[in-house]
Design a protein around this ligand. Structure first.
Ligand code: DOR
Length: 444
């Protein structure tokens, strides 16, 4: 591994900005100082004042392995991720077979070893009857326990109240929930079928996957967590009403935290007519007022974590009618540019971005030595030119599905370089061939 020196960067870290150089040696941040001289064999990157931040730790991706590798795999999607400034990812359990026991978790860790361009971690999935696996989960091997409290891609709905009580009472790890009330959604879907037959307009998605379904389910998860004093992280919040349920303030003071995803910050229901099933996802993209409320909640420290929920599906499958088109979008390749654009638009600060895409994620999941620019920590870095422009159509789409909802769009910002565990993974538009991420380690 060659050592790396990044010169004249604007470091954004732990609520502060400083002009500095940063040196990487043996995979770790060796030195941060105003001026560092290059040594022989250092690869030197001139940052020209660009923003140097800890790389994004994405706590919610669907890389589809094992079993769904016609859609995506860990190798393909992790390469797309590093191009988007993501240095670590945590993958969801709705694969085939689902990651619902120790054996499936270890199999995924084995599968990832040596094949991912980013660092990797995995969540254990909950079911109506795997409480024993959850109780025994090894916290050095799993990031968290994921509960689909609403049905989505895969058959992982947990709808047995006694199972939910037991999971919230006994989970030794943070619980992550997908909150949508499935019976309410099914009733809405039946009504839509009566009105439209099979030809339901895509604009009906947030009517069927309704705000009431999200609110009811998020309230239920919060009630469970409060009664059992559990650590709860509610994923992909989409409505203003749900935001009002969370406390504002630093994450360290919270047992219940909230995540928002880049597509819910970027799109509103006004985009269904243009993009149709390409932006069909669960929970649904809702109103412009909701989008604005989520952006404000990031600024107000109500939202603690920013993620992608990268969920690729074949383009041809998306060309189906409402009920047949799968839900989910490929997003990792444009993660950091889209978030920096929200900063440039004035919705929240760059310091808050760093807190929510890196520091808080590392803290929430007890990740060892990552998520901060600190001497001695692993060198997981993203260097961003805030006015460098990413013309989406000029770049190859790296996700295996071969499409992006952002086609035709230009982001103001550009990822200049991504460093994963000290290796230059992506630089000036080129992926490096030999970058190998590591398994995340958890302090538990
Ligand atoms: O839109 C979604 N797609 N939401 C989910 O919860 C799952 C995901 C997928 O796996 O396709």
């Amino acid at each position: 591994m060659t050592d790396l020196l990044i010169k004249n960067a604007t470091l954004i870290n732990e609520g502060q900005r400083q002009q500095a150089d940063l040196r990487v040696a043996d995979g770790r941040i060796d030195q941060i100082a105003r001026q560092i001289s290059a040594r022989d064999n250092d690869t030197v990157i001139e940052a020209d004042g660009c923003w140097l931040m800890p790389g994004m730790i994405d706590d919610q991706v669907h890389f589809r392995e094992p079993g769904l590798t016609d859609k995506a795999d860990m190798a393909s999607e992790s390469r797309a991720a590093v191009a988007g400034g993501i240095t670590s990812f945590m993958d969801m359990p709705n694969v085939k077979p689902p990651t619902i026991d120790h054996e499936a978790l270890v199999a995924k860790l084995d599968m990832a070893r040596g094949r991912c361009a980013a660092n990797y971690g995995f969540h254990l999935g909950a079911t109506n009857d795997n409480i024993e696996a959850i109780k025994r989960v090894d916290g050095t091997q799993a990031a968290g326990v994921k509960i689909f409290m609403g049905a989505s891609t895969g058959k992982m709905l947990v709808d047995d109240d006694s199972a939910l009580e037991a999971i919230f009472e006994h989970s030794p790890l943070p619980i992550l929930t997908h909150c949508e009330d499935t019976p309410m959604i099914e009733a809405n879907a039946a009504r839509a079928r009566e009105t439209y037959g099979d030809d339901v307009p895509m604009r009906q998605h947030p009517v069927i996957r309704s705000r009431e379904a999200c609110i009811a389910s998020s309230k239920k998860a919060m009630d469970l967590a409060t009664r059992h004093a559990a650590r709860l992280h509610i994923l992909h919040i989409t409505t203003a009403e749900e935001l009002a349920l969370f406390a504002a303030g630093p994450m360290a003071d919270k047992k219940i935290t909230a995540e928002a995803c880049i597509h819910h910050l970027f799109y509103s229901e006004d985009d269904y007519d243009r993009l149709g099933a390409l932006i069909k996802c669960n929970p649904a993209i809702k109103t412009e007022a909701d989008r604005r409320a989520i952006l404000q909640a990031v600024a107000d420290d109500v939202i603690d974590v920013l993620a992608t929920d990268h969920a690729p599906h074949a383009r041809a499958d998306k060309d189906n009618s409402y009920f047949s088109a799968p839900a989910g979008l490929p997003l990792v390749q444009h993660a950091v540019p889209s978030l920096v654009d929200q900063v440039i638009a004035g919705h929240f600060s760059a310091e808050q971005l760093v807190t929510k895409m890196a520091h808080n994620v590392a803290d929430r999941f007890d990740i060892i030595d990552r998520g901060y620019l600190r001497e001695g920590y692993w060198a997981d870095l993203v260097l961003v030119a805030p006015a460098g422009q990413t013309v989406v159509d000029d770049e190859p789409v790296l996700a295996k599905c071969g499409w992006t909802p952002f086609a035709g769009h230009t982001f103001a910002a550009r990822v200049k370089a991504t460093v994963v565990s000290g290796q230059l993974a992506y630089h000036d538009g080129k992926l490096s061939q030999g970058c190998i991420g590591q398994a995340l380690a958890y302090d538990r």
